[in-house]
Design a binder for this molecule. Structure first.
Ligand code: ADP
Length: 796
């Protein structure tokens, strides 16, 4: 019983009782017995929906009670605010909660005053690099979804971050929450933690495969679900669930599929709706439309009116929570979702259908089956405790062979083991630089010793591999002048420190530095190039003609030209922008050139080229050839050229955004969601900010151009609106309308006739008032007062 848990702060047990939590679930009780609330580190490997969050909360609250701060690490930014909201119920008991997202380089000092801090592993990593003082005060860290150490992109960051936190504070209580995996004991070994491992679920789960006219369950039973002539399997299953008053969560493999499936399911659901439900859904659709005036809003609202919705990471956050809430309230009957957020979002459903068990894989090519763990996490969403007698998870097969494969691969399968992905070059590149830069290690020996505290080392007896990759990476970092080695000592250069603090992948930094230097060297040529670009169509000649320049696309190249080597040691501070900038004004890189530069770094996830794109962007590429900060690869360098074009597509999206192209146009043109535009814009802002700092530190003149390109991305406006769009509550559309009404600057706005402003803001009084206040406009009455005051003051 909660009241019997040792070391819980007063009020917590009562609070839990108030929420209907009278008794701990068995895995929770086991964790408490293992010392969860007494500072014991713990790995909990239990199925989805079996109460891991409460395990985390009990650990954090008791740790805070003992003194110190608790940190909860989430795998995705999209989940951070969700967890924060969940933890905020503890504010009634006097615990404060803070979420740390946004800018990587900020040190987040304000977080020091919080009891519970929620952040992604990338953010925590960055806070460690920037010496956030509160890191020293941590008494408990929780790693949510720790099985993601297996993820080749993000796993290593989680792994290194946990290792660093534990090194900073050897007494740190580490609680790792994991889905059911095959080797949780190895994770427990690594973290010196007790292991709680369980298959227990609060509600029974039956897994099965639908084939023909029935679901075949794992216990040998069958359920008739006939598929009518014109129906698809999913539709028949949704229909069947609805007939029993249940809801369905359908997992598909892409956003587009989620949207089209939701559209179809709305047709199925509609006929089952009561009049009252229809009215409520219309109201919900209205709220969805109000979030934003875009096609995405309309598409979602249209489905919702029929009782179905789609759910994926491209959705605006407000849309997501409206959809999730309505599904939990059983107003929405079907959600068609991609698996991205399946693990983190608490949306249980009577029946789960895993429609797609394969997904397109760019790396291996073609359709690849999903991991067992991923499928199990989706299936785990089936069954709402207290509402359903049991949950059902159904996979779909069109033939018996597939049915057998699905049983083999997913239904009967033991969970996969997780395997550290740390010993890969891209991962170590960034983490070794950070480890050196923040003083965790200053020699090859010390680095290897630090790496010994990682899961990778726990899992492999083979230290040779880590050592080999470490040497390769150190050579790369030295070649690009991010580190210096003298005898046995390794230290970060000034640029190296900056790169680490800015949270850049060293390869991104090298690419940016190469590009900016290329621009500097070719400053005079760009203009000349523009005039004779039409004559330069012989691609084969170009690499030879430009011999001697470092090709920015050659990622392994030695980044620094000799002549610039000294610049690294220059004091890069801001102050004396001498006459240089004005001289170089004409030679500033263009926004498109800069957007392309940041788009080709590994820190920007690229848009893929679709059919027809190659032609479009090849043409665009030659049109803007003189603007690129780097040599355009020859079309014969197949992969490099393709990458260049993909980066150009991303750059063009950013350029469209910065040229005030409508959001709907952009989503349509590039086949992305509004959430993606925001994601790309934020990444570009961050990378351009980093480029600006690097340029400053290297004494390059392109800073002016970078700053402007960054501001235009930030506000999504053309140059002439930069001044206006910076005013709070103005934004790109309003700035344009004001500008067209003759209000072209902040100064204009302060002086403008109120009726003009109001007209431009389409008669919204309140908005107009707020904006005028934000721009610092004095109301007439105030003017009178100050006018009257001044002479008096003078006389006085
Ligand atoms: P997980 O994180 O393991 O996927 P959650 O922590 O989201 O699962 O828990 C699922 C649901 O179970 C939540 O709604 C939570 O409030 C509820 N729950 C957790 N522990 C208990 C308990 N001991 N008694 C009753 N309900 C509980």
């Amino acid at each position: 019983k909660p009241a019997e848990i040792p070391n819980l702060p007063p009020g917590v047990a009562d609070h839990l009782a108030g929420e209907g939590i009278e008794e701990l679930y068995p895995p929770q009780a086991e964790a408490v017995e293992a010392g969860l609330t007494e500072g014991q580190s713990l790995v909990a490997s239990v199925p989805t929906a079996s109460g891991k969050t409460l395990i985390a909360e009990l650990a954090m609250l008791s740790a805070i009670q003992r003194g110190g701060t608790a940190l909860y690490i989430v795998p995705l930014r999209a989940l951070a605010s969700e967890k924060k909201t969940e933890f905020e119920r503890w504010e009634d008991e006097g615990f404060s909660v803070g979420v740390s997202t946004g800018n990587y380089e900020a040190s987040g000092e304000w977080l020091a005053s919080r009891d519970i801090i929620v952040a992604t592993s990338e953010k925590v990593d960055s806070l460690i690099r920037n010496n956030a003082p509160w890191i020293d005060d941590l008494s408990c860290v929780v790693a949510d979804e720790v099985h993601l150490v297996d993820d080749k992109n993000r796993g290593p960051t989680l792994e290194v971050t946990l290792a660093k936190l534990r090194r900073i504070n050897p007494d740190l209580q580490t609680v790792a929450l994991s889905a059911t995996v095959g080797n949780a004991n190895e994770i427990a070994d690594w973290l010196d933690a007790e292991l709680v491992q369980s298959d227990w679920r609060p509600i029974d789960l039956r897994m099965g495969v639908h084939y023909g006219n029935a679901i075949n369950f794992d216990d040998g039973s069958q359920r008739e679900v006939p598929v009518a002539g014109s129906q698809r399997q999913t539709e028949a299953l949704v229909d069947d669930t609805l007939a029993e008053g249940g809801s369905t969560l359908v997992f598909v493999n892409s956003r587009r599929n989620a949207e089209s499936a939701a559209d179809r399911q709305a047709g199925v659901v509609e006929s089952h709706l009561t009049g009252e439900e229809r009215a409520d859904l219309r109201e919900l659709a209205g709220e969805i439309r109000q979030v934003s005036d875009t096609d995405a809003s309309d598409d979602l609202a249209d489905c919702v009116e029929g009782g179905a919705a789609f759910h994926h990471a491209g959705l605006a956050a407000e849309h997501r929570s409206l959809v999730e809430d309505a599904f939990r309230d059983r107003l929405l009957k079907v959600i068609c979702a991609t698996p991205t957020l399946a693990a983190g979002v608490n949306t249980p459903s009577r029946r789960v259908i895993v429609r797609d068990w394969r997904r397109y894989d760019g790396e291996f090519g073609g359709m690849q089956p999903l991991d067992t763990l991923e499928i199990h996490q989706m299936c785990g969403r089936a069954g709402r405790p207290g509402l359903d007698p049991y949950g059902e998870a159904v996979l779909l097969a069109k033939d018996t062979e597939t049915m057998d494969e699905l049983f083999e691969r997913y239904v009967w399968a033991d969970p996969d083991p997780v395997q550290s992905k740390l010993a890969a070059e891209p991962a170590l590149r960034t983490h070794l630089l950070a480890t050196i830069s923040s003083g965790f290690a200053n020699s090859r020996e010390a680095l290897l010793e630090f790496l010994d505290a990682t899961l990778y080392a726990t899992q492999t007896g083979d230290e040779g591999r880590l050592a080999t990759v470490t040497d390769t990476v150190l050579a790369y970092l030295e070649r690009n002048e991010f580190i210096e080695r003298e005898d046995d000592t390794i230290r970060a250069t000034n640029i190296g420190h900056t790169v680490s603090r800015l949270y850049l992948d060293p390869m991104s930094a090298a690419e940016i530095i190469d590009g900016l230097r290329y621009a500097e060297e070719h400053a005079g040529e760009a203009a000349a190039d523009a005039t004779d670009a039409s004559q330069r169509d012989d691609d084969l000649d170009r690499p030879a003609a430009e011999d001697g320049f470092v090709a920015a696309s050659d990622l392994q190249s030695n980044g620094a030209g000799d002549s610039d080597a000294d610049a690294v040691d220059d004091d890069g501070t801001d102050d004396s922008d001498s006459g240089d900038d004005t001289d170089q004004e004409s030679a500033q890189p263009t926004p498109l050139g800069l957007y392309h530069l940041v788009s080709r770094t590994p820190d920007m996830y690229e848009l893929y080229l679709k059919s027809g794109d190659r032609e479009t962007y090849t043409e665009l590429c030659y049109e803007h050839e003189s603007e690129f900060l780097g040599r355009v690869p020859s079309e014969y360098e197949d992969v490099a050229f393709e990458d260049w074009l993909a980066a150009l597509k991303t750059a063009k999206l950013l350029d469209d955004w910065a040229s005030e192209v409508d959001e709907d146009r952009i989503t349509e043109r590039y086949g992305v969601g509004p959430g993606d535009i925001r994601g790309k814009v934020e990444t570009a802002e961050w990378l351009l900010g980093a480029a600006e700092q690097l340029a400053g530190e290297l004494g390059l003149s392109s800073r002016v151009g970078i700053r402007e390109a960054k501001k235009r991305i930030e506000y999504g406006v053309r140059e002439e609106l930069l001044d206006l769009a910076g005013v709070r509550n103005v934004g790109r559309k309003r700035a344009r309308r004001l500008y067209e009404a003759g209000v072209e600057s902040r100064a204009d706005l302060r002086e403008a006739d109120k009726s003009v402003v109001l007209g431009a803001l389409r008669g919204r009084e309140k908005t107009a008032e707020t904006i005028l206040e934000n721009v610092g406009r004095q109301e007439p009455s105030m003017d009178d007062v100050s006018a009257a005051d001044t002479p008096t003051a003078a006389v006085g």
